[in-house]
Design a protein around this ligand. Structure first.
Ligand SMILES: *[C@@H]1O[C@H](CO)[C@@H](O)[C@H](O)[C@H]1NC(C)=O
Ligand SMILES: *[C@@H]1O[C@H](CO)[C@@H](O)[C@H](O)[C@H]1NC(C)=O
Ligand SMILES: *[C@@H]1O[C@H](CO)[C@@H](O)[C@H](O)[C@H]1NC(C)=O
Ligand SMILES: *[C@@H]1O[C@H](CO)[C@@H](O)[C@H](O)[C@H]1NC(C)=O
Length: 258
């Protein structure tokens, strides 16, 4: 189905473009156009498309600096006239004119005071959803009888046995894994802070100044030294795409500790 038809009229070197969009799209441009993408921070500042986090004893400060830049708006949130930042829970959602606080203390050990653990070779990365337009609302995997077949067993177990309060299952789940069996072995244990996903009270997404989209910290506790480890993290909601040709709901990167 064409969501948008772009028609060009050309009269000798003069072209005018006319957008003919479907009525349905016009009626609700916002959430129809959303294409949630998962992204990871930090990424190398080399601008060559590399996604390798190469951590050496002498360069941890570089990674810390990249992260400080990436996370600046979380460390120094803007206060705006018409928007109040409030602490949200699953039972206390933001009302009009309110946005939910992203509490940096909940990143726990993944703090700037700890150098995001890059000096201890147990680095933290941060995950975020991008490409969300105003009003985007996730369709949660919140039914324990209907979790997707390809969801990692550890995450299924977590949702079924550790999240016992049903409203808390209204979460965009996240999983990170070594891409191949050997990567799984080298990557070792993974911790997620504050939880293994993006809580539902941050949605619908708001295009408001002052709105901070939720972030989550992922720590690799004890990755193996001296090997490139392929990692894929994935966000789980029914309206986040992931298949062989369209992997926008996931992010791939590599980790190398020297
Ligand atoms: C578009 O969809 C969002 C979320 O589903 C809804 O909140 C909003 O009111 C809709 N906008 C229009 C113009 O229908
Ligand atoms: C705040 O709201 C008032 C009244 O609606 C409006 O005039 C003003 O421009 C808004 N300020 C900002 C920063 O959006
Ligand atoms: C599960 O999620 C759907 C939307 O994705 C929502 O409509 C429904 O209310 C949720 N169920 C519970 C028990 O909160
Ligand atoms: C993958 O998803 C996209 C977008 O929904 C769809 O157009 C495409 O046909 C899907 N491909 C496969 C192999 O399922």
């Amino acid at each position: 189905m064409f969501k948008e038809l772009r028609v060009f009229f050309c009269i000798i070197q003069f072209c005018a473009a006319l957008d003919i969009s479907s009525a349905r799209l016009n009626a609700n441009q916002s959430s129809e156009n959303s294409k949630p993408r998962l992204s990871v921070m930090p990424m190398p500042d080399t601008n060559d498309g590399s996604t390798l986090i190469w951590l050496r004893p002498q360069n941890y400060q570089n990674w810390k600096n990249i992260l400080l830049k990436d996370l600046d708006k979380y460390y120094h949130p803007k206060t705006t006239e018409n928007v109040t930042t409030v602490v949200c829970t699953h039972n206390r959602k933001p009302t009009k004119g309110q946005v939910c606080d992203v509490d940096i203390r909940e990143w726990d050990i993944c703090s700037k005071e700890n150098n995001f653990n890059y000096h201890r070779s147990a680095p933290c990365v941060f995950l975020k959803l991008n490409g969300l337009t105003d009003g985007w609302q996730p369709e949660y995997y919140n039914n324990t009888d209907d979790l997707p077949y390809d969801m990692p067993p550890e995450l299924k177990h977590h949702i079924i046995h550790e999240i016992t309060n049903p409203p808390k299952r209204n979460t965009v789940w996240v999983s990170c894994e070594g891409e191949y069996p050997v990567d799984v072995e080298f990557l070792g244990h993974i911790e997620y802070y504050p939880i293994q996903g993006f809580p539902g009270y941050y949605f619908p997404h708001k295009n408001l100044e002052g709105y901070l989209s939720p972030l989550l910290a992922v720590q690799f506790k004890r990755p193996r030294y001296g090997v490139v480890i392929n990692i894929e993290c994935r966000a789980w909601a029914k309206n986040i795409k992931y298949n062989r040709t369209d992997r926008s709901g996931s992010v791939h990167f590599e980790l190398l500790l020297d």
